[in-house]
Design a protein around this ligand. Structure first.
Ligand SMILES: C[S@@+](CC[C@H](N)C(=O)[O-])C[C@H]1O[C@@H](n2cnc3c(N)ncnc32)[C@H](O)[C@@H]1O
Length: 259
């Protein structure tokens, strides 16, 4: 399952149309996410699931701090490293291959941790939340932006649509707060940015004609977000049901590790 998620976001189709910034709101929302994590000059920051490194490079530059980006995609991590070398920011933005469920860092080393449009994709959210609090310094902040569901998915849809995309893996606002609170983080902030989800859909539509045409490119490839478990089911119909039922939005959250 993890490899099909990773393949989806390695695809050039996504990266070209979104300029290698694979989350709603672009770098403007990245700035807000970084601000809500309290990132300061000189901090050591972790960006989990950093993709092709656009946000990590941006934050290291704008906030004059050191950012380590981790991702489960070897290809994206190596492209991120090349991007940092080219800018040149490789003394401030570094990248390594790592599963969010098992971060290769000692306890209490990061001043701040962020993740953008990725927590929803992690199958074992409890383990990732525990990893985040483990690597944060006491008093350090974690911020993320991600898809939120305004209504939890309660129908058979969850079994029909492969559980490997941000919409099927997203939680409600309360669901996210519960996962992080149980891991020991203190809830700090919630900001609704659902308008950014509409804007990103419009960018895909203007690049491809329709969302349907965008998804069609992935047909026949073992990539998430474009197929259903049941043979013969039209993915478009399932997607429409999923949107109608869960009414997804997009939001920024922040949490603090107690002192
Ligand atoms: C929607 S993209 C977001 C990338 C980046 N944060 C951005 O905003 O441009 C999701 C990213 O999560 C990564 N990913 C998925 N599952 C992961 C896991 N278990 N551990 C680490 N990275 C993962 C994917 O490879 C992909 O780069």
């Amino acid at each position: 399952m993890k490899s099909s998620i990773v393949k989806a976001y390695e695809a050039n189709e996504f990266n070209q149309v979104l300029d290698e910034i694979l989350h709603p709101g672009g770098l403007e929302l990245t700035k807000k996410t970084a601000e809500s994590a309290g990132i300061q000059n000189g901090d050591l920051v972790l960006d989990i699931a950093s993709g092709r490194g656009s946000s990590a490079c941006f934050i290291s530059d704008v906030f004059d701090c050191r950012v380590i980006g981790t991702d489960l995609s070897l290809e994206s991590s190596s492209l991120a490293r090349k991007k940092a070398q080219k800018l040149p920011l490789s003394n401030k933005a570094e990248f390594c291959l790592a599963d969010a469920e098992s971060l290769p860092f000692a306890d209490s080393v990061f001043d701040a941790v962020i993740t953008e449009c990725a927590f929803s994709l992690f199958p074992d959210k409890t383990t990732v939340a525990r990893e985040i609090i483990r690597v944060l310094k006491p008093g350090g902040k974690f911020s993320m932006s991600d898809v939120i569901l305004n209504h939890p998915l309660i129908s058979d849809l969850k079994d029909e649509v492969l559980f490997n995309c941000c919409f099927t893996g997203a939680l409600t606002k309360d669901g996210y707060i519960e996962v992080f609170s149980k891991a020991g983080l203190e809830y700090d902030l919630f900001e609704d940015h659902s308008i950014e989800l509409k804007k990103i859909a419009l960018r895909l539509i203007s690049g491809y004609g329709s969302l349907n045409d965008f998804w069609k490119q992935f047909a026949g490839r073992s990539i998430s977000c474009c197929s259903t478990v049941k043979n013969g089911t039209d993915p478009q119909i399932e997607w429409k049901r999923l949107f109608a039922e869960s009414k997804p939005g997009y939001a920024v959250f922040s949490f603090r590790k107690p002192l």
